[in-house]
Ligand binder design. Structure first.
Ligand code: MG
Length: 170
C-alpha cells in the first residue's frame, strides 16, 4: 500500500501493556511521579510501568517497533534511564507521522501502594508529558484480586490518535 494512503487514516488506536516486579529499597515511580513506598519497580530503566505501557500504546498506534525494540534492555545506555525519554521518542514519532493524541486511558493493577490519593497528580504529570489537557487522560487503579500478582505492578494503556487538521485537508 502506498504511503499516501497510509496518511489518509484519520484515527489510529494503540494499546500497550507492561509489568514490573517490586523490589525493596529502590524508589517507586509511576507515570513519572515519585510515590512514597518501601519498594520500587525493578527493571533495566527506572521501571515506570505506566510510562512503558503508554509508550507502547503510542508506538503500537503507529505500527512502529515496540519499546523493547527501540530501547533494548541489553543496551547499557538505558540502564536506570528516565522512562520519560522513551515516551518522548514515541511522541516525536506521533508528531512526525502527522498525528495528535486525542485521548489516553489507562488502568494500573497493583496491590500496594494505594493509587487513589495520587491519581490526580499522576494524571496531571502524564498529561504534561503528552502535551495534552488532563481531561484527556484516564488513570484508573485496581487491586489484583485473585491474580496472585501482589509483588508486581501491571499497567494497560489505550490511546487514540487523530490526524492533524492540516493533514486532513490534503
Ligand atoms: Mg517495562
Amino acid at each position: 500500500m502506498p504511503a499516501t494512503n497510509e496518511q489518509r487514516i484519520t484515527t489510529r488506536i494503540g494499546y500497550g501493556w507492561d509489568s514490573h516486579e517490586f523490589r525493596r529499597g529502590i524508589p517507586l515511580k509511576i507515570g513519572g511521579v515519585a510515590l512514597p513506598h518501601p519498594k520500587g519497580l525493578g527493571g533495566h530503566s527506572d521501571g515506570d510501568v505506566l510510562l512503558h505501557a503508554i509508550t507502547d500504546a503510542l508506538l503500537g498506534a503507529l505500527a512502529a517497533p515496540d519499546i523493547g525494540s527501540l530501547f533494548s534492555p541489553a543496551d547499557p545506555q538505558w540502564k536506570g534511564a528516565d522512562s520519560a525519554v522513551f515516551l518522548a521518542e514515541a511522541i516525536k514519532r506521533v508528531k512526525a507521522a502527522g498525528y495528535v493524541i486525542a485521548n489516553l486511558d489507562s488502568t494500573l493493577i497493583l496491590a500496594a501502594p494505594k493509587i487513589g490519593p495520587h491519581t490526580a497528580r499522576i494524571r496531571d504529570h502524564v498529561a504534561n508529558l503528552l502535551g495534552i489537557q488532563p481531561d484527556r487522560v484516564g488513570i484508573k487503579a485496581k487491586t489484583p484480586e485473585g491474580m496472585g500478582t501482589d509483588n508486581a505492578a501491571i499497567a494497560h494503556a489505550v490511546v487514540l490518535l487523530e490526524l492533524r487538521a492540516a493533514k486532513r485537508k490534503r
